[in-house]
Design a protein around this ligand. Sequence first.
Ligand SMILES: [Zn+2]
Ligand SMILES: [Zn+2]
Length: 102
Amino acid sequence: MLELRPSCEHCNKLLPPASPEARICSFECTFCATCASEVLDNVCPNCGGGFAPRPVRPVTDWKGGNHLARHPAVTAVKHRPVDAAAQAALVAAVGGLPPERR
Ligand SMILES: [Zn+2]
Ligand SMILES: [Zn+2]
């Protein structure tokens, strides 16, 4: 199940489950929209993949108990600010390839 992580790995901005600003890679590395686009250039520093908006898990039990209270967000913070030089090297290696071709 998708991990709803509590904050941006880079700047530590809070990203609660309903935040429209949360961005994730396929491994659920989680960043705010500003860091994903302006700091990371849509290149995940951990895997090189692209980012997509994180879906919002419903708070209401619309169907089958599939809602936030039963499957809550995780609370463990991953704050691993990105090293600018390492990120620049990774972005250069990715070479502008769109995520679907990386
Ligand atoms: Zn951020
Ligand atoms: Zn990643």
